[in-house]
Design a binder for this molecule. Structure first.
Ligand SMILES: [Zn+2]
Length: 289
């Protein structure tokens, strides 16, 4: 069932857990994510990036997400979100398509420009009763990002004082933070740097909006649980979904080389995506109670 993200966050705040936010790319991954949520019996955020929307078309992708969420998971609350929106038009398109939450990622701009663009998005989104996620600090990507982060963390980590000013000036609903988290596959192959949890603590003290952890694929459950206890309420998983899809697809093609029915070839990917989604949800659903 489709719900506004507000409902999911209210519950997560009350019970001190984090909602899994999973990136989808196609029909099979969407079905897999929904099945994982059904198996875990917990709400999720179903999200998509502008590059996927360009690849598949916004109508095809948003209708797919809405239809699957409404018809295949009638008892599971699901909110739709735009992940890493880059431009104002990305935002407008997704709000028109019925998303209840959008991210404007202007974290590569200067502090002032990030505030200006994020604020513009928030003003528009609020007129449509849509939540906005902003990002401050830079969540690096791959080996290059990892090397730079290790040498000069201060360049990338979210500054707690700036975070306070950013939230106040933009009036965002949720904030994505950079606390040592990294996008992409590199960290999964080479071990993850520790999360800067003391930094997260400082941010949480100054900011009263729910915090979002991007690039969480491959981070240990122990670190994830600590981050949740320090105010992380949404955790993004993308890379591990891509990997689950790819691995089962390779396996499927290998096992029966003569098969040419796309449904039979692709069916195992749904199950494999569901497996990783369920596993993550159960970790994020950790509660201090
Ligand atoms: Zn991200």
């Amino acid at each position: 069932m489709l719900v506004h993200i507000k409902k999911l966050i209210q519950q997560a705040k009350k019970e001190k857990y984090a909602i899994g936010a999973f990136d989808t790319f196609n029909l099979e991954i969407t079905l897999g994510i929904i099945q994982g949520a059904k198996q875990a019996k917990r709400p999720i955020i179903l999200q998509v990036t502008p590059t996927t929307l360009k690849y598949a078309g916004i109508e095809s992708m948003s209708y797919l997400m809405k239809t699957v969420a409404q018809n295949q998971a009638k008892n599971i609350p699901i909110a739709l979100h735009l992940d890493h929106g880059k431009t104002f038009s990305d935002i407008v398109e997704c709000i028109k398509a019925g998303f209840s939450s959008v991210m404007i990622d202007a974290s590569n701009l200067s502090f002032d420009k990030n505030i200006a663009l994020t604020k513009k998005v928030v003003q528009y989104a609020r007129q449509h009763n849509v939540w906005v996620q902003g990002e401050l600090g830079r969540v690096v990507k791959g080996k290059q990002g990892y090397d730079k982060l290790i040498i000069e963390p201060e360049e990338f980590l979210t500054d707690p004082d700036q975070a306070q000013e950013f939230v106040k000036k933009t009036k965002i609903h949720t904030l994505a933070v950079a606390i040592g988290n990294i996008h992409g596959l590199y960290k999964m192959r080479h071990g993850v740097p520790r999360l800067f949890l003391s930094r997260l603590k400082e941010i949480q003290k100054r900011v009263n909006v729910p915090l979002v952890l991007h690039g969480a694929s491959g981070i240990s459950s122990a670190q994830i649980k600590k981050a949740i206890s320090l105010g992380i309420r949404i955790i993004n998983i993308d890379t591990e979904i891509r990997m689950a899809f790819k691995q089962s697809l390779i396996q499927s093609l290998k096992v029966n080389k003569k098969e040419y029915d796309p449904r039979k070839i692709l069916f195992p990917t749904i199950k494999n995506v569901a497996k990783i989604v369920k596993k993550k949800i159960l970790i994020f659903g950790f509660s201090k109670k």
